[in-house]
Design a binder for this molecule. Structure first.
Ligand code: PGA
Ligand code: ZN
Length: 399
């Protein structure tokens, strides 16, 4: 039984305040978790309130309903209480930041009471037998860095790695190889919010650089490393002009579809996230049709971890993968439901960090618990390695 829920503001990786929750149970169980925060957020995400307001509202509305009434180990009950306490369908009152911090902290307290690792508590006996491939952000721009690429993320995808540990190290090696290539090309670069290199190069140059770096590491490690993208196209799309606005030109929707399809075949991309605007299911369906089963077309801003939006996508044949960010929807139960619906319809699930992160490693456990195909949580930097190192530990414990 939950006996206390404490909420406080802590720092995220951008230096902004975010919500941290502690959940304490009668039997001495304890869980602590913190909300991440996006910069290129989708229009249909649950509401992130300023953390001070979110904490005050959650203390008033949600905490009294949880304390003395809910069991931390009963995730469905905890999350239903959070929804009822909020009363809106997008957590506009207590904030998805308060909701997700409490939801994840309760899960950890529940696991603590059971004496089980979090992934096992979340996944049960019949899941958690496979490990996700980590997608490592190695070059980026968009909303995550100024004066860098238009495409938000260039992601290493070590699909042939024999273990999570090998995959995590391969992504770090690609990140280092990109630095070498940049150095050879005399292109100085700082890093963006997720730790990816953010050089002032065109997207075409970035493709050459990443392709080169991936090839070098592939030769070293001897297993297949692909690469992929998060275009974050809603940030490029100008609705009034109905076109995608790049630094050097614009593209109509048809041109955008053709551009991405050409990139997929030229670079054998294994993964493309948000290639089109978040409102354009039809264009998604056309692209998915063109690129085929070999490439994951993944909806982030398109689906926002929301089962209703995912169902629309499934019905129309838009995409074949969904990005899962618990804070986009507000609770672990909702995130879990989105993964279940996706899996039932042959969509892959890709569990993801946000650009603003903390040391919280819940998503590593969520990815293992749900047998997600991929996890996207950066390549380097403490708030990213918190998740990557947790995956390595889970794998080590399991073997
Ligand atoms: P965000 O970006 O966390 O800034 O929204 C990550 C993404 O678009 O995948
Ligand atoms: Zn994205």
């Amino acid at each position: 039984l939950i006996t206390d829920v404490r909420l406080r503001e802590i720092l995220d990786s951008r230096g902004n305040p975010t919500v941290e929750a502690d959940v304490v149970t009668e039997s001495g169980g304890f869980g602590r978790a913190a909300a991440p925060s996006g910069a290129s957020t989708g229009e249909y995400e649950a509401i992130e309130r300023p953390s001070g307001e979110a904490i005050a509202a959650a203390r008033e509305r949600a905490v009294p309903r949880l304390v003395g009434d809910a069991y931390a180990g009963n995730q469905r009950e905890v999350d239903a209480i959070l929804r009822a306490a909020d009363g809106t369908d997008n957590f506009a009152e207590i904030g998805a930041n308060s909701a997700v911090a409490i939801s994840m902290a309760a899960a950890k307290a529940g696991a603590d009471v059971l004496g089980a690792p979090l992934f096992q508590h979340l996944g049960g006996t019949f899941r958690g037998n496979s490990f996700p491939t980590p997608l490592g952000n190695v070059v980026g721009g968009g909303e995550h860095a100024t004066d860098a690429t238009d495409i938000q993320e260039f992601l290493a995808a070590p699909v042939g790695a024999p273990s999570v540990q090998d995959a995590v190290f391969a992504n770090a090696a690609v990140h280092a190889a990109v630095a070498d290539v940049l150095d050879e090309r005399d292109e100085p670069a700082g890093k963006g919010d997720e730790g990816a290199w953010a050089p002032s190069v065109t997207d075409a140059e970035a493709f050459e650089i990443v392709d080169d770096a991936v090839g070098r590491v592939e030769d070293e490690v001897g297993f297949e490393i692909g690469f992929g993208l998060d275009v974050a196209a809603s940030e490029l799309y100008d609705a009034d002009a109905d076109e995608y606005v790049y630094s050097d030109r614009t593209r109509s929707t048809d041109e955008q579809i053709a551009y991405v399809a050409d990139l997929v075949s030229e670079y054998d991309l294994v993964y493309v996230e948000d290639p089109l605007d978040e409102d354009d299911y039809d264009a998604y369906a056309e692209l998915t049709d063109r690129t085929g089963d070999e490439t994951l077309i993944c909806g982030d801003d398109l689906f926002v971890t929301n089962v209703d939006r995912l169902r629309t996508g499934i019905d129309g044949g838009a995409a074949n993968a969904i990005l899962i960010k618990p804070n986009q929807i507000g609770t672990l139960s909702d995130a879990f439901d989105a993964i279940e619906l996706a899996t039932e319809h042959g969509y892959e699930a890709v569990v993801s960090h946000r650009s603003g992160e903390t040391e919280d490693a819940t998503i590593a456990h969520l990815a293992v618990a749900t047998d997600a195909a991929f996890i996207k949580t950066g390549a380097v930097g403490g708030e990213r390695t918190a998740k990557l190192n947790e995956l390595i530990r889970i794998e080590d414990d399991a073997l």
